[in-house]
Design a protein around this ligand. Structure first.
Ligand code: ES4
Ligand code: ZN
Length: 334
């Protein structure tokens, strides 16, 4: 296995991180108190109890139930700033150089908190992270696929000023995958693309869902990146296409284990992706819930793919830089 110090210093890009998924129990409870938010009686009532729950989830839905309750403690612009700032501070010590981060506007607008409040708080943290840590970043909104597509259209309308002025760089699709396939969101993606031709598009696909959902996201939603995408490995034609079009898969190893998508990181088809020239990056998804940030994910992969030498890791790092949505000038610096 390559040295830990090498992986720490390797310039890393994060492409799959839900800012709400960085909410650590030790911030969740103080925020609940600060904002007078009552957590459900069935929710763990202490940091210790909550950490215990986070050691294993039954599946994606089991996790999402906790994740959406946690989100309820975020109310003010300062809360959103504090959340993202805590994240950037942690990863500034892990060799992160560029972060393209998700948030779920609908989990806040449904509680009467405006997209403006959320976006301004996050944006302020991004700007400070660039100034103080040299970490560049992009904001990506995600549509919640368990909600009605017509509600998602409203969200896109509310986000319009930020999509048009470039504050929001991309749009994705998350939440429960299997019951809510990509074809439901064709109109949403069309609408968003029309608001700004530079808006980047991605979608969670092939995490719990089949390879067909990855193909559908590419064909029907015109995405240029796939979040997770690990089930693509079951379709050789799709692998060829991903390689041909250099579609980046944003793989989340610790997440896949915690949500029991795979039994261990070693089961992930990463060698197959490399052999087929399918680009992927290594990411942390919801680090507070899944037991590790970007470097922890890199280290776990290195442990379970000990045959990979420095050249393989350099290739992975380069693929991540190339698949980023930053300007070419920034890519050269990275
Ligand atoms: C998510 Cl792991 C995962 N999958 C789908 N949606 C999500 N939202 C936050 N984490
Ligand atoms: Zn995700």
């Amino acid at each position: 296995m390559v040295a830990e110090q090498f992986l720490k210093e390797l310039p890393k890009c994060e492409h799959h991180l839900h800012l709400e998924g960085t909410l650590e129990p030790d911030l969740l409870f103080p925020l609940a108190k600060r904002n007078n938010v009552k957590l459900p009686d069935t929710f763990p009532q202490s940091v210790e109890e909550l950490n215990k729950k986070y050691t294993q989830f039954k599946d994606l839905q089991d996790f999402l139930d906790y994740y959406y309750i946690g989100t309820n403690v975020l109310i003010t612009e300062q809360d959103f700033f504090d959340l993202a700032w805590a994240y950037f501070t942690k990863v500034s010590k892990q060799g992160l150089v560029h972060a393209e981060v998700f948030y779920d506007p609908q989990s806040h607008t449904c509680r009467g908190i405006s997209i403006e409040t959320v976006t301004k708080g996050f944006k302020r943290a991004c700007e400070r992270a660039e100034r103080e840590y040299g970490i560049t970043s992009k904001l990506i909104i995600c549509l919640l696929r368990h909600l009605e597509p017509k509600d998602c259209l409203t969200t896109i309308e509310e986000a319009k000023p930020f999509i048009q002025d470039g504050t929001i760089s991309g749009m994705g699709l998350d939440s429960a995958e299997r019951p809510f396939p990509p074809n439901l969101f064709i109109e949403c993606y069309d609408k968003a693309a029309k608001l700004n031709a530079n808006l980047k598009l991605t979608a969670h696909a092939g995490e719990e869902g089949p390879a067909q959902f990855v193909t559908d996201a590419l064909d029907l939603l015109n995405v240029t990146r796939i979040d997770h995408g690990i089930n693509s490995a079951q379709d050789d034609e799709l692998l060829k296409r991903l390689a041909q079009e250099q579609i980046l898969l944003t793989v989340c190893p610790l997440s896949n284990v915690k949500l029991q998508v795979v039994k261990s990181v070693s089961e992930l088809p990463l060698q197959k992706f490399l052999d087929n020239n399918v680009p992927f990056s290594i990411n942390s998804d919801d680090p507070s819930y899944f037991g590790g940030y970007i470097l922890d994910n890199y280290l776990q992969v290195a442990k379970e793919f000990p045959q990979w030498d420095y050249n393989v890791w350099i290739k992975i790092a380069k693929n991540a830089i190339n698949g980023s949505w930053c300007a070419d000038k920034r890519k050269d610096e990275l």
